[in-house]
Design a protein around this ligand. Sequence first.
Ligand code: CP
Ligand code: NVA
Length: 310
Amino acid sequence: MKNFINIRDISSKDLKKIILDAKKRKNKRKKSNVLELDKDSPLKGKMLIQMFEKSSLRTRLSFYLAIKQLGGSALTLRSDELHLSKGSESIADTAKILSTFGNAFMLRTDSDKKLEEFKKHMVIPIINGLSPSSHPSQVLSDVFTIEEIKKKPISKLQICWIGDGNNNVINSLIEASVKFSFKLNIGCPKKYAPNKKLINWSKKNKGKIKIFNDVKQATIGSDVLFTDKVISMNDKVNKSKKLKDFNKFKVNSKVMSFLKPNGIFLHCLPRGSEVSNEVFLGKQSKVWQQALNRVYVQKSILLYCFGKLR
Ligand code: CP
Ligand code: NVA
């Protein structure tokens, strides 16, 4: 049994195995309907319990389909209907019950501490479906999408990120850049620089990360451009002030022109005003393929957690 909480805690070998398995499974499903099971149904009889303390569309749907296609089933709990949310049951007891009734637990939470506390008490795998500090299933899926589109290992590509330098998605992207050994340029306002601890960790682990406070410098010659909402779900900031601070960090056609000629645009969604409609709906944008690929990668993440990766 394995947990999937942060990319930095998982070996490069296992992460690459997850990507490879997702590729194989996706290839085999070219003609399958969405609810048709994979022939081997490796998670037959297993139940994934998922719980969201924050909104979700893609993560909810993709984990649901992932476990279904693997032959299992999913139950989605509303966190506000649990005794836990009212403070009348402990995490320890809740975790014990989840572990007795289900076979894996996927949690989207507003507290990294809570995730750790659940982990301490669970005897079934726990998966991080987004926390304030990381969004590992998203970023692993994005690595898959990039390799699928570019038809080469991500280690041979230059990736750039324009936007908040210190949110859950960029944190996981920094961790992925070390684990998959790819060049990562981060373009953000000075005030919104990446997490120092994480950057030090990346330096110690041969990370190839460069930080710029200028969009052009960060973007030029890149194969892939990522961005994300300026205001994340957990952001307790002065929103209008923060949005203003990012005025020079919007992704438009001019910014896209700094990429390599066949450069692509990715966004985990939902989007805000950080990207123009023209770019988001344009030819270089691969956001719909990116979103759907979450299903394939969640499946291999589940198999990793269940110790069933081929
Ligand atoms: N990208 C992503 O995690 O989307 P949701 O918040 O809709 O799950
Ligand atoms: N950084 C965003 C990601 C949403 C999927 C947030 O946390 O709101």
